[in-house]
Design a protein around this ligand. Structure first.
Ligand SMILES: Cc1cc2nc3c(=O)[nH]c(=O)nc-3n(C[C@H](O)[C@H](O)[C@H](O)COP(=O)(O)OP(=O)(O)OC[C@H]3O[C@@H](n4cnc5c(N)ncnc54)[C@H](O)[C@@H]3O)c2cc1C
Length: 412
């Protein structure tokens, strides 16, 4: 038996997903302890935009608004985008998505990851029922029918009704809860940085599909673009090491000079791309959310959006009972989210196989086929709207806090 306050919840991992979940739970009156191995939250970037930028869809924005943090993020700086242009390397197919097709002023917006996290933690600091323990790592988990005990590396223990693993792709909590993971390495890296272009981006995201991986130019509010350039590992390493002039030239060519020549690329970073999926999202008195439950190919910018929907769904499920860690609540959450996340993961793989495979046969056959695919998508209005509605977070079984009566939007 583990003595505890039934409303106490412990979260390991204070990234955007763990912090958003803590905020949702604190607003519902739970006592929350959130633990992270880092020494503190990310600092909000200064004048210079941070180079790790994520797209938030309309459902994520609605959730952030529902937990009271969106006005502060919006007032800092966000980069809305109203459309998306996709085209194929060979020039044989292209399609354009526009927010007017789904009756919205924007499809979502790009936000610096550090800014999002900083604002979430400022909001959390306002709640006396939230304890944030920095510089501590989880080392043990013991569960019983009535509660769970989390052990930290400084010998602290926390008794809670529910322990949540929000500790990212290489989740230690997943292991401590003895939950297996399916893993696939794409043998790709994503190069990220910000850069200026000769021509205006007009708040349109642009993505060009190439063998080896796509390149995306994501519009920022200061007129520049954020880059997500997916290349096979060895090539990505070589590109990151190029001098500025050579990198700018390589990027200008890769982007097809769609916005003219690229200049002034900032510091470049490359991230390995791995798909992981926890075989279960829950165990006794335990749940996984965000990257700890799933990491997906980021080419469609959906990973954090899925994680925020996990947080919204888990908070909603917990709100259905007085004890947050019962089997009934946890199974409800797992059924809701695992099916949805699996479908999105498969869709990313279809994209990857159809557009990035470098095999000679794929090159000969898939090249024209993928061009046809984009051209067909462009003509089939209903299919386009369906893809658009799902990508923008307007469709699917959304948590209540991610829907908004009276319409969506990116305003505060
Ligand atoms: C190149 C790239 C581009 C992307 N673009 C997008 C996009 O446009 N849109 C989108 O929706 N998603 C995008 N993603 C995915 C998105 O970045 C992730 O899904 C998201 O950041 C995951 O958040 P998280 O809070 O679950 O995990 P994390 O941000 O990884 O946070 C985990 C936290 O847990 C802490 N931690 C880890 N282990 C322990 C431990 N043992 N004890 C205590 N603390 C611990 C860590 O310090 C960290 O703070 C992208 C990903 C990549 C790689």
């Amino acid at each position: 038996m583990i003595a505890r306050d039934t409303r106490e919840i412990a979260i390991v991992g204070a990234g955007a997903v763990g912090a958003a979940l803590a905020l949702a739970l604190a607003r519902a009156g739970h006592a929350v302890t959130i633990v992270d191995g880092r020494s503190g939250p990310a600092a909000a970037p200064g004048e210079e935009y941070g180079e790790f930028v994520v797209s938030l869809n309309l459902a994520s924005i609605a959730f952030l608004r529902a937990i009271g943090v969106w006005p502060a993020i919006h007032a800092s700086r966000v980069s809305p985008y109203g459309g998306m242009t996709l085209w194929d390397e060979g020039g044989s197919g292209a399609t354009r998505f526009d927010s007017v097709e789904v009756g919205e002023p924007a499809l979502g917006c790009f936000v610096e990851s550090a800014l999002l996290e900083a604002r979430l933690h400022e909001a959390l600091a306002e709640y006396p029922g939230v304890s944030r323990l920095w510089g501590r790592r989880a080392t043990g988990l013991r569960v019983a029918h009535d509660g769970a005990r989390l052990a930290l590396d400084d010998a602290t223990t926390i008794n809670a009704g529910l322990v949540i693993g929000a500790d990212g792709g290489r989740s230690a909590m997943r292991q401590l809860a003895d939950i297996g993971v399916e893993r696939f390495d794409y043998d790709q890296r994503a190069i990220v940085c910000n850069f200026a272009t000769e021509r205006r981006h007009d708040a349109i995201a642009r993505q060009r599909f190439m063998q080896g991986g796509p390149v995306a130019m994501l519009p920022l509010a200061d007129g520049r673009c954020s880059l997500a350039w997916f290349r096979p590992e060895a090539e990505a390493e070589r590109l990151v090491e190029l001098d500025d002039a050579a990198f700018n030239e390589a990027l200008s060519e890769a982007t097809d000079y769609a916005l003219g020549a690229v200049t002034a690329a900032t510091r470049r970073r490359a991230f390995p791309i791995v798909r992981r999926h926890a075989v279960r999202y829950v165990a006794e008195r335990f749940a996984l959310v965000g990257d700890a439950a799933h990491t997906i190919h980021p080419q469609a910018g959906q990973g954090l959006n899925l994680g925020l929907m996990d947080a919204a769904a888990l908070a909603e499920a917990i709100g259905r009972g007085s004890d947050p860690g019962t089997d009934r609540i946890l199974r409800y959450y797992a059924r809701w989210r695992r099916g949805h996340n699996t479908a999105v993961m498969h869709a990313m793989d279809v994209f990857h196989r159809g557009f990035a495979q470098p095999a000679p046969v794929a090159g000969a056959l898939l090249g024209p086929l993928r061009g046809l695919g984009l051209a067909a998508a462009d003509r089939a209005g209903w299919a386009k709207r369906l893809i658009l509605r799902h990508g923008a977070g307007l469709a699917g079984d959304l948590p209540r806090s991610a829907r908004q009566v009276g319409g969506y939007g990116i305003g505060p």
